[in-house]
Design a protein around this ligand. Structure first.
Ligand code: ATP
Length: 460
């Protein structure tokens, strides 16, 4: 069902829904919070897991040429010297001489503080890596860093993976995990935080084959968002200008989403040439080149790196799914999340909580369905209110058990998007829901987005 509301949703609406319904809470709230840190609540954790699982499925499970990895967060600090992060992972920042606020240089207009208009200092370089100490002695020799990206852990394991899996080029290594950046200006909810999760792939290719494979990855990654229901008009690929490219990068695109604050990066896809493996070879003294048996040649593969953020994806999917419409004079807020991403797939709603037989039947259905999906049992308040609650958290289907169900062993499935209802036998309920959730009821729109077929169109 296409979105009804044409008004773009603002960030406050999303933040407030997330807090009210248990998607995302401000972190350490009872202590007054911690600037720009957020905790995922019972629904948010499901959404993020679903996003990560969908990414893993598309990029590892369903591909022959990519394997997974889970490397350590704290690496030998030499890795960050080799990668260039110790010297170069910095943002220029300025301080306001009047109010002492700290800003990234690119936030300054006309040399004035954006908050109070005061004069600002000359820019200084500020390294974004979190530094700490390994072991009990706080001295220079024990300094370690929390990783600012997951990628380097992949390069360090290039040879391990190559020898244990006997891969040939092209092949990729993928991982999902936490990264840390001491961002100067975090903000926009979970868009920019100091602790976040990345989903990264390093795809190793033969030099000369890189350009075509780079194009393939651009398509694959763009389509991943579309296939999970993101609307095409809110998504674009933007090529980096020469001045934006890292000195070693051969090409780079950002997948951008139209967030409430404007087009912003969701994922970066870069052709990094042979920079990383060469650097780690040089600094470690270990040869990380590849032996091409066909060409009887040693060389350093080029690397294509699609690097996405799990938190930014969660935010974009939430914003994209949010919709409002008026039903019988009342506002209905809906998260039209793709069923793959919806935290709760099915709600089980007995019409009356006071009927023992009905409760028993509903509980039986609940026990049966929860083996397959995250389902929620709700018998509080009127059925209308319960539907609204499920709409607002994005549950695609509700199963209602009523008095008639006790006689005819049939229940009602109500669709979140069309609000259409169909009656099905309990005996086939699980299969019917499976078909609906697995996508039989989904059709791709001409624009590339995904929508639910209305129940009428589905012919059921
Ligand atoms: P930005 O320009 O927004 O700071 P970046 O170009 O530094 O991002 P990359 O280094 O390319 O980001 O990281 C890859 C992905 O990791 C980003 O596209 C984003 O989804 C995610 N990411 C990076 N920094 C953050 C952050 N501070 N908070 C949340 N997600 C982040």
């Amino acid at each position: 069902m296409p979105r009804v509301s044409t008004k773009p949703v603002d960030m406050d609406t999303i933040v407030s829904l997330c807090k009210r319904r248990g998607y995302v809470f401000p972190s350490s709230e009872i202590y007054g919070g911690l600037g720009s840190a957020w905790d995922y609540g019972p629904l948010g954790v499901e959404l993020k897991r679903n996003i990560k699982n969908a990414w893993w499925q598309a990029n590892i499970q369903e591909r022959d040429d990519v394997v997974g990895l889970d490397s350590a967060i704290i690496l030998n600090p030499q890795a960050w010297v080799a990668s260039g992060h110790v010297q170069g992972f910095s943002d220029p920042l300025v301080d306001c001489k009047a109010c002492h606020m700290r800003w990234r240089l690119d936030a300054i207009k006309d040399g004035k503080c954006p908050s109070c208009g005061g004069e600002v200092t000359e820019p200084r370089q500020f390294n974004l890596m979190f530094k700490t100490f390994a072991g009990p002695v706080e001295e220079a020799a024990s300094v370690v860093y929390l990783r600012p990206e997951t990628a380097q852990g992949i390069f360090l394991n290039f040879q391990n993976v190559l020898t244990t899996t006997r891969r040939k080029l092209p092949f990729g290594i993928a991982q999902i995990g936490k990264s840390f950046r001491n961002e100067i200006t975090p903000g926009n909810f979970i868009f920019r935080t100091r602790e976040f999760e990345q989903m990264e792939i390093e795809y190793f290719v033969k030099p000369g084959e890189d350009e075509k494979l780079f194009q393939d990855w651009l398509k694959a990654r763009f389509n991943w968002y579309l296939n999970l229901g993101m609307r095409k008009e809110n998504l674009r690929l933007r090529q980096h200008g020469k001045d934006e490219l890292a000195h070693y990068a051969r090409d780079c695109y950002d997948v951008e989403y139209l967030f409430p604050m404007g087009w912003s990066e969701l994922e970066g896809i870069a052709n990094r040439g042979d920079f990383d493996l060469k650097q780690h070879s040089k600094h470690s003294g270990k040869d990380l080149s590849y032996f091409d048996e066909e060409a009887k040649q040693h060389y350093f593969p080029y690397v294509i790196e699609p690097s996405a953020g799990a938190d930014r994806s969660a935010l974009a999917f939430l914003i994209d799914a949010y919709d409002e419409e008026e039903v019988k004079g009342e506002k209905r807020a809906i998260l039209r999340l793709h069923p793959t991403l919806a935290p709760i797939k099915v709600a089980i709603l007995p019409l009356s909580r006071n009927n023992e037989e009905m409760n028993k039947q509903a509980k039986n259905i609940y026990s049966m369905l929860r083996k397959s999906w995250m389902v929620q049992y709700d018998d509080a308040q009127s059925i209308g209110r319960r539907y609204r609650r499920q709409d607002e958290i994005g549950t695609p289907f509700a199963v209602t058990i009523d008095f008639q169900s006790l006689e005819d062993k049939m229940v009602t499935i109500r669709s979140r998007d069309s609000m259409a209802q169909i009656r099905v036998p309990i005996a086939t309920l699980s299969d019917t829901l499976k078909n609906k959730l697995d996508g039989e009821a989904i059709e791709v729109l001409p624009v590339g987005g995904v929508m639910w077929k209305s129940e009428e169109k589905a012919g059921s």
